[in-house]
Design a protein around this ligand. Structure first.
Ligand SMILES: Cc1ncc(COP(=O)(O)O)c(C=O)c1O
Length: 398
């Protein structure tokens, strides 16, 4: 492999030539069942004909115009998104990190606009991941992301989701601006928060004028079987929400969504992006949104998620020496392991199944939302073969 790339990724020795639906084909002629999907990004599978058509049709018209002009696709996608959730307004960027950055800026500007510029503190949680920009690594709950990048920025508080008293105390502080949380923690290992937890935090935030930010970059756009994961529960809508990944079906786009009130500080000139909301991203985003915000597809995600989870629970019983826990929601599934998760990813890959890693020694299954029943069963079969290999390795080592 070339040394002309910065060495920031731990890349598997797999070179993808092309993809179709839930399959990837490597340059050395192998095929894989893809339960990574660009880490919950290729929600509608690879080379989806409807998305390819939307992209190529737009490419022939116009790729890029500045945000100093009106962009009809942006207006159309903003209308769709705000029509389907709590939000009134949208700001488009190109990634999850930018959606988070926009969300954090929106929260601080809200308090500034209210004449309370001292309210800057953002409460985040252990095990969370919000991206790799400076604001995002400071909000994230893993100190290793900050290592070597200077001190933690002022205004970021880290707590555990289990620390009820600490959360209540932090929300009540007069310098607190916002609380940011993933309704289903992704990189941290597919940990789903309960409706009770989300409602309690919503109530505390409302009582103290603190803005509630959901990071649905990974859990949003149908991944859990609802358009957004928090929509499983009543009474816990946020003020601000970051969405990306599957929003563009694999094309780079992210969005910060907010109520009109929460966004009141985001006035002309305070934020912006050259590429954010460009016509190509909007054309694919509109098509992907219409395909995902569809009750038939969402019901399919719930059914396939249940099928996979039931199969995994059954595997967990038979492989108690390999599997510690099955968790997550819908098609954001974590399998906490006894053997090393990186090794298991490699073993599964050898068996023709691609899975992602996750915190707490998990592997994650994040397949395209269109995974069929037969493909779900195939994933379980291939995973069992990988478990058998791992068991043999454990036995040999003993
Ligand atoms: C929950 C969550 N937030 C934010 C991000 C950052 O998104 P991006 O890598 O597009 O900047 C990710 C990426 O994995 C994520 O899972």
């Amino acid at each position: 492999m070339t040394d002309a790339l910065m060495g920031v990724y731990n890349r598997a020795p797999l070179e993808v030539a092309r993809g179709e639906g839930c399959r990837l084909y490597s340059t050395d002629g192998r095929s894989y069942l893809d339960c990574v999907a660009g880490i919950a990004t290729d929600g509608l599978g690879h080379a989806n004909p409807a998305l390819v058509a939307a992209l190529t049709e737009q490419a022939r018209k116009i790729w890029h115009v500045s945000n100093i002009f009106r962009i009809p696709g942006q207006e159309a996608l903003a209308e769709r998104l705000t029509g389907a959730c709590f939000a009134d307004v949208a700001f488009f960027g190109n990634s999850g990190s930018e959606a988070i950055e926009g969300s954090l800026k929106t929260a601080r500007r809200y308090h500034y606009a209210n004449g309370q510029p001292e309210r800057i503190d953002v409460i985040g949680f252990a095990g969370s991941f919000h991206g790799r920009t400076y604001a995002a690594i400071n909000a994230s709950g893993n100190a290793s992301y900050l290592e070597g990048f200077g001190p933690r920025l002022p205004g970021y508080v880290q707590l555990s989701v289990d620390d009820e008293a600490g959360i209540a105390e932090a929300i009540a502080r007069p310098t607190t601006a916002a609380l940011i949380v993933e309704p289903v923690q992704g990189e941290g290992g597919a940990r789903a928060l309960s409706g009770e937890w989300l409602r309690r935090v919503r109530q505390l935030c409302s009582a103290h004028g603190v803005l509630l930010i959901y990071d649905e970059v990974q859990s949003g756009m149908g991944r859990t079987g609802k358009l957004f994961a928090h929509q499983w529960f009543d009474g816990c809508e946020p003020d601000i929400m970051a969405v990306a990944k599957a929003l563009g079906g694999g094309f780079p786009v992210g969005v910060c969504l907010a109520t009109r009130e929460a966004a009141k500080g985001m006035t002309v000139g305070v934020h912006g992006s050259t590429f954010g909301g460009n016509p190509l991203a909007m054309a694919v985003g509109i098509k992907a949104f219409d395909m995902i915000n569809d009750e038939t597809l969402l019901a399919h995600v719930r059914a396939i998620g249940e099928r996979l989870t039931a199969g995994l629970q059954e595997l967990a019983e038979r492989y108690a020496d390999i599997v510690v826990d099955i968790r997550g929601k819908g098609l954001l599934i974590g399998i906490k392991l006894v053997p090393n998760n990186r090794e298991m990813m490699a073993t599964a890959r050898e068996e023709g199944l691609l899975v992602a890693g996750g915190g707490e020694n998990c592997i994650r299954l994040l397949p395209p939302l269109i995974l069929s029943e037969a493909e779900a069963d195939e994933a379980l079969d291939r995973l069992e073969t990988a478990f058998l290999v791992a068991r043999r390795r454990l036995d040999d080592a003993a």
